[in-house]
Write a new protein. Structure first.
Length: 318
């Protein structure tokens, strides 16, 4: 009898020590592909009978890479929600994104994050052309981690110091770069430009690089890209671009510039080099302009034009 009483006392003591928190459970969605809803701000992950939902404004996912050590930090709140759900059957995107979700499966339990931070670190996704070492940005990868997140559960709370959500990839605006090799020059400013109906590549060239004399064989005139002299600007427009845009005293506001990239300043014998080869052509001259190891920058973004990018050919007369 004394043994039975002792056992009951131990059981009661263990129950009395329960503070309402459940045993730490291992939740891992890091390797599950991230999906998003087109009709709301929810991005999510699905795993059999579970879903992990993150609802934050889509404007948070900018096309601007973070500086190393400086991620974007958001507080978990009613505006930045994190929810973990359990279902009684296999869950699909229709259960997350539809205005009127399917009747089944049914949500059997839900954990709602009540505190913590959402950490987002964004990097550019680039493709590399191994032939000329040029790069182009195709998207942006947003690595998401929850820090010190507290989940309120039906029978207590659960805290994670670090909870990896994983990667979420957004697409980048494609820069066409559909230029031909015929460039124009403004008579007054001597600015050189190449353009299509939606984009322009503008070169504020040093006049000394364009002269009415042929260059010796394999000895082009050279210059370095700078902030003003030999400045190169790429602009993408949201409206129709025509030749009337160029050679004006002030930059027109129409069409609207949707993106602007500036070439990084050159380093002698290394990068940002302009080469001009001039040959006679009838009564005039042909100037072939080549850009070597040029990097275009916008904020913390950058991409490379390649080892050798032919800017175009400029025809001049004596």
């Amino acid at each position: 009898m004394k043994r039975v009483v002792s056992l009951l006392a131990i059981v009661l003591l263990l129950n009395g020590c329960d503070d309402g928190n459940l045993t730490q459970e291992d939740i891992n969605f890091e390797d599950i592909a991230t999906q998003s809803c087109s009709i709301n701000n929810i991005i999510y992950k699905l795993k059999d009978k579970e879903s992990l939902l993150l609802e934050i404004p889509k404007t948070i996912f900018t096309n601007e890479p973070n500086i190393v050590g400086q991620p974007t930090i958001l507080n978990i709140s009613s505006a930045n929600r994190v929810v973990y759900r359990f279902y009684n059957g296999t869950v699909s995107s229709a259960n997350i994104c539809e205005t009127i979700p399917p009747v089944t499966p049914i949500v059997t339990d839900q954990w709602t994050a009540t505190a913590g931070k959402i950490q987002i670190f964004t990097t550019a996704v680039k493709t590399i052309n191994t032939t000329d070492n040029s790069t182009r940005i195709t998207g942006y990868n947003h690595n998401i981690v929850f820090k010190n997140v507290t989940f309120a559960k039906s029978s207590g709370t659960q805290v994670y110091e670090t909870f990896p959500f994983g990667d979420y990839v957004t697409t980048a605006t494609a820069l066409p770069f559909q230029f031909d090799q015929t460039v124009e020059q403004c008579s007054a400013s001597k600015q050189i430009y190449n353009y299509t109906s939606s984009e322009a590549l503008i070169l504020d060239i040093d006049p000394a690089l364009i002269t009415s004399s042929a260059t010796p064989l394999n000895t082009p005139r050279t210059g370095l890209i700078g902030a003003t002299v030999n400045k190169i600007t790429y602009r993408l427009f949201s409206g129709l671009l025509t030749s009337s845009y160029f050679c004006t005293t002030t930059i027109p506001t129409i069409p609207v510039v949707s993106e602007e990239w500036i070439a990084a300043s050159g380093v002698s014998n290394v990068s940002g080099i302009i080469e001009v080869t001039t040959t006679t052509l009838g009564a005039g001259f042909k100037h072939v302009i080549v850009l070597k190891n040029v990097t275009m920058k916008k904020g913390t973004n950058d991409f490379k034009l390649g080892d050798r990018f032919i800017y175009g050919e400029l025809l001049t007369t004596n």
